[in-house]
Design a binder for this molecule. Structure first.
Ligand code: AMP
Length: 170
């Protein structure tokens, strides 16, 4: 995967000073790179998966593709006010700001086996809130899989109760 890591560009001070933003758009333009990322995700994930749950918004890029590869459904976790039916909400802190995540209350059947996916694991605040939502809806988090982790920001520690993998580690 090393040859594809250079397709992720670091943009300093975006969207605000002090943030080193990881831009995945060059990687998305390369179908071989996308296929290789998906193959690594599929190889890492063990056991029968009922749903891939992806976090808005960049978790919606690889999330549905991964679900297709695993032969399972995709469930979105969205930002506040975007889902049309009854939702469960969870507030969270992120590397740049604060927000609220929501899931439809009937998104998961009881005991569903879930893989959580997002593009970046940074401080882990977003993914921790997502895990809480899934568990409050009686889902089982089998695995958390990210396109990349930013290891200096400590997100893996927040998710230590779960298997965590990523395609790229920076
Ligand atoms: P965190 O809650 O700190 O783990 O942040 C993860 C969420 O914020 C993910 O949904 C990412 O899309 C976004 N994010 C955080 N840091 C970055 C970064 N350096 N570059 C791109 N996206 C980021």
């Amino acid at each position: 995967m090393k040859k594809y890591a250079s397709l992720i560009k670091t943009v300093v001070d975006f969207p605000k000073p002090g943030i080193a933003f990881k831009d995945i758009t060059p990687l998305l333009k390369d179908p071989k790179a996308v296929e290789a990322c998906l193959a690594k995700m599929v190889a890492d994930i063990q056991g029968p998966v009922d749903y891939v749950v992806g976090i808005e918004s960049r978790g919606f890029i690889f999330g549905p593709l991964l679900a297709q590869k695993l032969g399972c459904g995709f469930v979105p976790i969205r930002k506040k006010g975007k889902l049309p039916r009854q939702t469960l909400a969870m507030a969270y802190d992120l590397e740049y700001g604060q927000d609220q995540l929501e899931m439809h209350c009937d998104a998961l059947p009881h005991g569903a086996n879930v893989v959580l996916h997002d593009d970046v694991l940074a401080t882990g605040g977003t993914a921790s809130a997502a895990v809480k939502l899934i568990e409050q809806l009686d889902g089982i988090v089998l695995h958390c899989h990210f396109l990349m982790t930013l290891s200096a920001l400590g997100g893996r520690e927040k998710l230590r109760a779960y298997p965590v993998d990523a395609v790229f580690n920076f």
